[in-house]
Design a protein around this ligand. Structure first.
Ligand code: DC
Length: 211
């Protein structure tokens, strides 16, 4: 059986939390596709100013290995910014496409979260969720998370990063962050993590019943 759950949305809306919980509940493997872009973004930071030239960025993506996704410094603001700059390059997206599609199409079902899963990677997904929250709420969550991880950073900087990353993700030409016509939107601004997960699971169960 194939059953694809596509989860998209802007940074810090709660996609990751929902994707992990849904994967655990339905016993599906989960791919956080942001990690692929973060992996390439980290290489770009270590490389040189020419990293964002399409041919060079493409090679960095081709060189990405599973072990690169296990690095424990992929969640820093610097890597997030580099990832969103790398993600505008169509050649990079092209390289990462097959891996994501193969993951989605495995037997037994799969959960993928990112920006373009329901629109470009798996337009035929069985369930599409679009997770949102206001920019301010998302910045507060990201700020708390970074602070808990011991990072010295001001709220103003985090807010600025969230807004500029949203802009870059939404306005790029290659697979921009947009809501698919058939996606189910969950605004987590005033929901607890548990409640948001509950709403997602109920919706997926409904789709399961109507297969
Ligand atoms: O979800 P995240 O914050 O880990 O993603 C990091 C960046 O990667 C984000 O700014 C945009 C990009 N990204 C993307 O373009 N497409 C995806 N499917 C996932 C992430």
């Amino acid at each position: 059986m194939k059953f694809i759950v596509a989860i998209d949305g802007p940074a810090a809306a709660g996609k990751g939390t929902i994707a992990k919980a849904v994967a655990k509940y339905f016993k599906f493997p989960h791919l956080d596709t942001g990690l692929l872009y973060r992996g390439v973004g980290k290489k770009a930071l270590a490389y040189s100013r020419t990293s964002y030239y399409p041919e060079i960025a493409k090679q960095l993506a081709l060189d990405l290995k599973p072990v690169d996704l296990e690095a424990n410094d992929l969640r820093t603001p610097e890597v997030a910014k580099a990832a969103s700059k790398i993600a505008v390059i169509p050649e990079v997206r092209e390289v990462l496409l097959d891996f994501q599609r193969n993951f989605a199409n495995q037997e037994g079902g799969a959960v993928l979260d990112g920006r373009d899963i329901g629109t470009v990677i798996c337009p035929y997904a069985h369930v599409k969720l679009f997770i949102t929250a206001s920019a301010e709420i998302r910045a507060i969550r990201r700020y708390e998370e970074l602070k808990n991880n011991g990072l010295e950073i001001s709220f103003e900087n985090v807010m600025r990063d969230v807004v500029s990353r949203d802009k870059r993700d939404q306005e790029r030409n290659a697979s921009p962050l947009i809501i698919a016509d058939d996606a189910y939107e969950i605004d987590t601004s005033s929901l607890s993590a548990n409640d948001a997960v509950g709403v997602a699971i109920d919706h997926i169960n409904e789709k399961f019943k109507n297969l």
